[in-house]
Design a protein around this ligand. Structure first.
Ligand SMILES: [Cu+2]
Length: 156
């Protein structure tokens, strides 16, 4: 047992040394788990509302300290229920009836080595119900008003 543990530490030390030799970027990547993918993708646009947000990591995060906060365009939190951890995947269910607009995903997980990781991503939900396509251009009325105002100022 003791010898095994010593060997593990020796190997871990060798890996750490290799990381130092290869540069700080590589050291960070090998020391902590990292976010591999987020669904919906950061900056992506969806036609239909997602039922959940899923984060995929390079290792298995710990449950303690792991949370995913999803915020609607109006600032209202839409996370529904507790976060779920399954192997290297963290998923957060979302409320139904999500309005169109930009959503923010703020996540924080405890990586397998105990270090906290966090990040933010966004996604856009297009649309509204079919048929409610174009809204009136808000610049047209104000431009007309400005023209009217300048016209009345110029007239004697
Ligand atoms: Cu770490």
């Amino acid at each position: 047992m003791t010898v095994q543990r010593f060997l593990v530490l020796l190997v871990a030390g060798a890996i750490a040394m290799a990381g130092l030799l290869l540069g700080p970027g590589v050291t960070t990547a090998s020391a902590h788990d990292a976010l591999v993918a987020v669904t919906p993708a950061d900056g992506g646009t969806l036609e239909t509302a997602p039922e959940q947000v899923t984060l995929e990591f390079s290792g298995s995060p710990q449950e303690l300290g792991t949370r995913v906060l999803v915020t609607a365009p109006d600032g209202r939190p839409v996370s529904d229920g507790p976060v779920e951890l399954r192997d290297t995947t963290v998923s957060q269910a979302l409320a139904a009836d999500l309005p169109a607009g930009t959503y923010t995903v703020e996540w924080r997980v405890t990586s397998a080595d105990g270090h906290p990781l966090s990040g933010t991503s966004t996604f856009d939900l297009a649309g509204g119900p079919p048929g409610s396509v174009a809204q009136a251009d808000p610049t047209t009325p104000s431009a007309a008003t400005a023209a009217d105002t300048s016209g009345s100022l110029l007239s004697p």
